[in-house]
Write a protein that binds this ligand. Structure first.
Ligand code: XMP
Length: 326
């Protein structure tokens, strides 16, 4: 019988056995997977763990603050924030291919972590105790979809499984590798994490970088962040968070269509809403959102985000569509 208390006890023991007295870095992303895996490792090894939050500039509105304030307050984890926004933007310049974006983002993630590792090693030189371990919030579905599981073909290279560079200097600690999302949430609740973090909808590691169809630029990120914040706020206000697995908001950055606003003709970008219902992200159906909520989101986005003149709804199940557009 599955029981979150048992899983925690079992994982804590496994983590201690793997890590010993070693130091551990954690890849904290702001999402529920990394929040729970980090809290689990913190539970197991306490101050041997340092959590690092890379602000890659592909985050949604308010996410950095949520990690720096709420998460730290509730766990007592030692957190280092790295501002890598410029590095990521430069690395992504001119790149439109989804797989290439994923590889670049994954590579830059690891590089940023390694840089912090070097700094922390220098700091800890007196103690002569290098950081050799890296926590990853990899779930069972990630493992399967990246071809590491039951012989499934590689559909997308998830950056936390398939996109790691050859020169990786860390040994991975992956305490969620056998778990599904609902199990991870149960463990998070059991560990006493705040409800907003535990109940958070999944958000991909590559962030908004794979929700801009086309090249990622600072301006485009700003447009998408604004539209996404509106959609999230309205869905929450309508009490629909529990019914939706996640709702990617996608910017079709290379598409323009003609519109009219006030007296003027516009030539703006479409935003796609992709609300899905799912058990484990392996399959999904599009969520039948109430028309009044869709209408509110559409009106607000087109009124408040200047560059967007059209909002469209994705009504495709998975398969054949994936949840994300890239
Ligand atoms: P797809 O688009 O493959 O998404 O149907 C399935 C689930 O995985 C998330 N996703 C990712 N998560 N790195 C991640 O950590 C990635 O590269 C990635 N791509 C997709 C997606 O948001 C959904 O929950």
């Amino acid at each position: 019988d599955w029981n979150s208390g048992n899983v925690i006890a079992e994982q804590v023991e496994r983590i201690r056995a793997q890590v010993g007295t070693g130091r551990v870095l954690s890849a904290l992303s702001g999402g529920v997977d990394s929040a729970v895996s980090t809290a689990l490792v913190h539970e197991a090894v306490g101050d041997q763990l340092v959590a690092v939050f890379i602000d890659h500039g592909l985050l949604r509105k308010g996410e950095r603050e949520q990690v720096e304030n709420d998460y730290v307050a509730s766990t007592g984890v030692r957190l280092i924030t790295v501002d890598a926004r410029e590095t990521f933007l430069n690395a992504l310049a001119g790149v439109s291919d989804p797989e290439q974006k994923r590889k670049i983002i994954g590579r830059e993630f690891i590089r940023a972590f390694e840089k912090v590792q070097q700094e922390l090693i220098a700091e800890a030189a007196a103690e002569g105790d290098p950081i050799r371990f890296l926590v990853q919030g990899t779930l069972y579905p990630d493992v399967v979809e990246s071809g590491g599981g039951a012989g499934t073909a590689n559909i997308k290279s998830h950056h936390n499984v398939g996109g790691l560079p050859e020169d990786l200097q860390f040994e991975l600690v992956e305490p969620l590798r056998t778990l599904f999302k609902d199990e991870v949430r149960a463990i998070g609740r059991e560990l006493g994490l705040p409800a907003e973090i535990v109940g958070r909808q999944p958000f991909p590691g590559p962030g908004l970088g794979i929700r801009i169809v086309g090249e990622v630029t600072a301006d485009r990120l700003e447009i998408l962040r604004d539209a996404d914040a509106i959609a999230r706020a309205e869905l929450t206000k309508a009490g629909l968070d529990g019914e939706i697995w996640q709702c990617p908001v996608v910017l079709l950055a290379d598409v323009r269509s003609v519109g009219v606003q006030g007296d003027g003709r516009t030539y703006g970008h479409p935003i796609v809403l992709r609300p899905v219902s799912s058990e484990d992200a392996m399959t999904a159906d599009w969520t039948r959102l109430p028309y009044d909520v869709l209408s509110k989101i559409s009106n607000r986005i087109t009124n408040e985000v200047r560059e967007v003149n059209r909002v469209v709804l994705d009504v495709t199940s998975k398969p054949p569509g994936t949840i994300e557009w890239e």
